[in-house]
Design a protein around this ligand. Structure first.
Ligand code: KG4
Ligand code: ZN
Length: 322
């Protein structure tokens, strides 16, 4: 017997995703259609192209999610949908679909913040409960957040310039690796020596971060090196600099606030070096989502709806940044 069943929709960037989630913990279905191959030729996401793709696929993705969960609309507690931050044109596709179904089926609409959803991915298949410190590292954000309750997160620090994922993507491009850069760097770094190059961590006080100096340092090094470049060593040294500072500040926050759990969230939470370092260096429990729920997906939106959702009206708006 489930207490809640949410249909969830996610279209904030270049993944069209729908999922059905029970009680915020159990994924009854999760279907993701990625546009990566379409945007790869441009080296990054083209917003207008992304929005058109979502229009083409969103209905089918929702249909597949409902069918494979064997759930019908009358069983739903609500329809949850990401309404920001993200690309405004793509968000509107998912939000419009969610509104239409909410109205047609007479079930509540729940709008969900994308960053909160990434954190809530950690509730899937676990017994995680607040309080905890979250390290949220995605393509657009890098934040350390103190969660005292399910919906009350206080941002302790964030990046002053590039997001961690953005740094991965830019450095990957510099090294001639394919988009998205994070997985590509993660893979080749395994073959390299992380001590080969000394890159700066970026000295910023408190819980804030800065990755633009690191990116420039990699650029300067690449310019001076003879070709062919030692891609593996460069990737490993860069990755080490990023993950070192992320882990250091996360542990600092965990100790200062005396919480017993650390939660990793966002696309960069898929990084194997970050996961390993955090596990090794922490003396409290570390949570990270399964790989498929680190990058954009709708199951995390369904979890967020259960634990932190409030009903929205049918004139709810999408927002590109918060
Ligand atoms: O959370 P996400 O899917 O989308 C946003 O909300 O931004 O994060 C995408 C970011 C990209 O920058 C991608 O390069 C990065 O996550 N990423 C990784 C890995 N997998 C994805 N970064 C480092 N290592 C990975 N294994
Ligand atoms: Zn995301």
């Amino acid at each position: 017997m489930h207490h809640s069943i949410y249909l969830a929709i996610e279209t904030s960037c270049d993944e069209t995703a729908a999922a059905v989630v029970a009680d915020g913990r159990r994924v009854l279905s999760s279907h993701i259609v990625s546009q990566t191959a379409i945007h790869q030729v441009f080296g990054g996401v083209v917003p207008e192209v992304a929005a058109r793709q979502h229009v083409e696929t969103v209905n089918e993705v929702i249909d597949i999610a409902l069918k494979s969960a064997q759930v019908n609309p009358s069983q739903l507690s609500g329809i949850a949908c990401t309404n920001g931050p993200g690309l405004i044109g793509t968000l509107l596709v998912g939000l419009s679909a969610a509104k239409a179904l909410s109205w047609a089926w007479d079930v509540p609409l729940i709008t969900i913040d994308h960053l909160l959803a990434h954190v809530c991915a950690n509730y899937l298949d676990t017994d995680l409960e607040p309080p905890f410190i979250a390290l949220l590292v995605s393509g657009g954000h890098t934040q350390i957040i103190h969660f005292e309750s399910y919906s009350a997160g206080r941002i302790l620090g964030q990046t002053l310039d590039d997001a961690a994922g953005e740094a991965f993507d830019k450095v990957a491009r510099l090294l001639g690796l394919e988009y998205p850069g994070g997985p590509a760097i993660d893979k080749v770094a395994k073959l390299g020596d992380c001590k080969a190059f000394k890159f700066p961590e970026g000295v910023v006080s408190g819980y804030d971060f800065s990755f633009s100096g690191l990116k420039t340092a990699v650029l300067r090094t690449v310019e001076k090196l003879p070709k062919p470049l030692p891609i593996e060593d460069l990737a490993a040294s860069f990755q080490d600099a990023v993950t070192r500072v992320l882990v250091k500040k996360t542990l600092l926050a965990q100790r200062e606030f005396g919480v017993q759990r650390i939660v990793l969230a966002g696309g960069v939470a898929a990084n194997s070096d970050l996961r390993r370092k955090l596990k090794e260096q922490s003396d409290v429990q570390v949570y990270f989502p399964q790989l498929e729920f680190c990058t954009d997906n709708a199951a995390m939106v369904g979890a967020a709806a259960h634990f932190c959702g409030v009903q929205a009206s049918l004139d709810a708006r999408a927002y590109s940044r918060n």
